[in-house]
Design a protein around this ligand. Structure first.
Ligand code: FES
Length: 112
């Protein structure tokens, strides 16, 4: 069952930038694209742990700031010759507010 929690306004994230949401399972990077879409993925590159929230955003992809692996923000899959993926999280935007499905990372809270 989904358990959406308000994590802030879309406007709080600069265009083509990210904010980090801390969870018991680690940090999640929440991206706002140039077209005002919002995506959430683990803020940890599967290569060597680079902070993807500090990466360069282009279209609906993010380039890791450490060694330039590129990930699709929709799927979390690495692109090109690189292998691996980051976990993606369910987000929805309602009236300019970002709602994240916390049942995916805090099961004990979702059960309450
Ligand atoms: S840590 Fe991300 S590409 Fe190496």
């Amino acid at each position: 069952m989904n358990d959406f929690v308000d994590i802030g306004a879309v406007e709080d994230i600069p265009v083509r930038a990210a904010r980090v949401v801390k969870t018991p399972q680690g940090c999640i990077a929440v991206f706002r694209t140039a077209t005002n879409k919002v995506y959430a993925i683990d803020d940890k590159c599967p290569h060597k742990g680079g902070p993807l929230s500090n990466g360069i955003q282009h279209d609906e992809s993010i380039t890791c700031p450490l060694h330039n692996w590129v990930f699709d923000l929709n799927t979390g899959q690495a692109k090109g010759a690189d292998e691996g993926s980051v976990k993606t999280y369910t987000i929805k935007v309602t009236d300019g507010r970002i709602l994240m499905d916390t049942s995916e990372f805090i099961p004990e809270m979702a059960a309450e």
